[in-house]
Design a protein around this ligand. Sequence first.
Ligand code: GLA
Length: 371
Amino acid sequence: PAAAHALDNGLALTPPMGWNSWNKYACKGINEGVVRETADAMASNGMKDAGYQYVIIDDCWQTGRDAEGNIIVDKEKFPNGIKAVADYVHSKGLKFGIYTDAGTKTCGGRPGSLGHEYQDARQYAAWGVDYLKEDWCNTVPGQNSEASYTVMRDALKASGRPILFSICEWGSTKPWLWAGPIGNMWRATGDIQDCWDCKKSWGGNGVVQILDLMNGIESYAGPGHWNDPDMLEVGNGGLTTTENRAHFSMWALLAAPLLAGNDIEHMSADTKEILLNKEVIAIDQDTLGAQGLPAKKDGAIEVWTKKLADGSTAVGLFNRGDTTTLISGSWAAINVKGTTVRDLWAHSDHHADEGYSYAVPKHGAVLLRVK
Ligand code: GLA
């Protein structure tokens, strides 16, 4: 399939990085204090320097519309309004994002943007919004996803402010086929759950289900337009440290947007070490913008590769199974050329003319950069 043309707004030339409130705080827990504390922490704990940029409020910041149709902010959660929060985030050298829905109501039952797209986009621009996620709940019968997201794209453009556009229709109408010229990223799967292997009947997915859903759509990703496997669950408690490392490694191989979804102010040393691994982040942020894919699958074992701009290759040795397994093979069999190997979690170099051989723990991943 032909690669989609990218939305021409100059944004997201590498996968967007930042934090989104949903995975940890959902509807109930989000408020101005959380956003301020998260921005403070990101600006001072190394995340900003590592590339995390957007601080994004997900659902439940809005309550209704006034007589003119202007969106009304939830004053209990955001007593000083949204502009004050955006200004604060900007004062920390970070960017600010917000959430809406293409239907009449958001997934959390707050007002959606249907019929108010231009009005809302103007409001976002006036507040200083830099990133908009638009969801797909409570649409009206017959509502078309491509047409709906095109309206909001045009509204954002007309607002005059560069606003990264994140499409969130969960892969339900194959957005990779049409969203390239409309959004900077689009969810390709149902909502991530904080678990390794846990498909839900309503469409929620564990880490391994999402990885499978991402196979086959690689050609549609590239600078300015990314397949989105959903936000990170690293540090939210449902995954072991090994699983969190594997989750982060695989998202980097996918050239996924890296949106942390945990409590940034109070994260553990392990979580911090994972989210701040600059060598892994560099795989995700590689300027070539290629989405990695499995070069080899053998039962619970997968060997993934991702081409990088300097001619080297990222290689992921991924063990979905329940026992530590030796993963080995030749470079040639996975179409990789190179002899100098950097282990991106051990932070060590070695020489390997023929190939690789690593004992990979249960639900673990080894991530290599091969030159
Ligand atoms: C949907 C989205 C989630 C989140 C919630 C908010 O489920 O896919 O990422 O935004 O709505 O209600």
